[in-house]
Design a protein around this ligand. Structure first.
Ligand code: ATP
Ligand code: MG
Length: 296
């Protein structure tokens, strides 16, 4: 039975509905506050856990109320938190102001996310999982977490990797240690093109010649495009009413990896990815729509 451990940021999104987004020296007031636990890899791991895959997480939280909410939420989702490091300091948060017109202003506090040292990770526990899923750190407070990711992949036979924009912008050279251990690569089109500096199809060719088994490129409302050594196919997205695309890519990853771990063919993996993403984007928040079963 496969099992998955995620390694990425943990953030609490605080969405404030406000009467206006204030400028310097102005004042606005808050009408409502909603809290959404997030972090790209964490969203994917929660998706996999809901689908019945044994799951855990490597991350870091501070000794604050936000950290407790993040941990309790993972536990509620049956994601094991033994490898989440607890420390003094602030947990990662994002303060998001939304006015009645739908305008947004966002302030991100990476907090302790970027500071995970390799020595802090419970490796005996982590390496019992068959797959490790990585997403990016912002690296505003140093490179400890990024360096730990580069080292930890050496301990896993199976690695999946969604670079997000922060790692895509670092370029393939800086990502090479992770890329050459990657089995399933899950960028969107912009990210793979930024990372490799060529169009996504040429970039995917490079990935395959580097030893990556499968590249699934997310194409938004166009669905996804998948490449392996001997296959290349596009799987169209589902036509649905979009409410909020936050976490669409993370939800896609959960569906795709679920299919892959269950040895489905690549087209079915793409279909499950698009399906889980379509459920995500029909609800507000990155995790609200993530399903507890899929029938493919
Ligand atoms: N408008 C849409 N209609 C239907 N499906 C969509 C739409 N937008 C996104 N999706 C689904 O969500 C998946 C991932 O979306 P997208 O390509 O935007 O990934 P992403 O840029 O990595 O997202 P994120 O910003 O969450 O990281 C797509 O492959 C598709 O299945
Ligand atoms: Mg993404």
């Amino acid at each position: 039975m496969s099992s998955v451990i995620g390694f990425g940021a943990l953030n609490l999104d605080k969405i404030y509905r406000v009467d206006k987004i204030p400028r310097a020296d102005e004042e606005g007031f808050v009408k409502d506050l909603q809290l959404f636990p997030g972090g790209s890899a964490a969203n994917t791991i929660v998706g996999l856990s809901r689908l019945g895959i044994k799951s855990a997480y490597i991350g870091k939280v501070g000794d604050d109320a936000e950290g407790r909410i993040l941990l309790e939420d993972l536990e509620k989702e049956r994601v094991e938190t033994k490898a989440v490091v607890r420390t003094s300091g602030r947990s990662g948060t994002a303060v998001i102001l939304v006015d009645d017109m739908g305008n947004r202003a966002i302030l991100v506090d990476p907090g302790v996310n970027d500071t995970i040292r390799y020595e802090e990770i419970d490796l005996d526990f982590a390496t019992k999982f068959s797959l490790i899923h990585l997403t990016s750190f912002i690296c505003k407070n140093g490179f400890d977490s990024f360096n730990s990711q580069k080292r930890i992949v050496e301990n896993f036979e199976f690695v999946s990797f969604d670079p997000g924009l922060p790692y895509a912008e670092r370029g393939k050279k800086e990502m090479i240690q992770i890329l050459r251990r990657t089995n399933v690569f899950l960028p969107n089109k912009l990210e793979i093109e930024k990372m490799f500096g060529v169009d996504y199809k040429s970039a995917a060719d490079e990935c395959i010649s580097m030893g990556i088994e499968v590249v699934a490129v997310k194409l938004g409302k166009e669905g996804c495009w998948i490449k392996s050594k001997d296959k290349e196919l596009r799987v169209p997205a589902r036509s649905v009413k979009v409410i909020d695309t936050t976490g669409a890519g993370d939800a896609f990853n959960a569906g795709f990896l679920y299919g892959y771990l269950n040895r489905k063919d690549l087209e079915t993996c793409g279909k499950i990815g698009n399906y889980v993403a379509s459920l995500c984007i029909q609800q507000v928040g990155a995790r609200s729509g993530l399903p507890y079963s899929v029938d493919f």
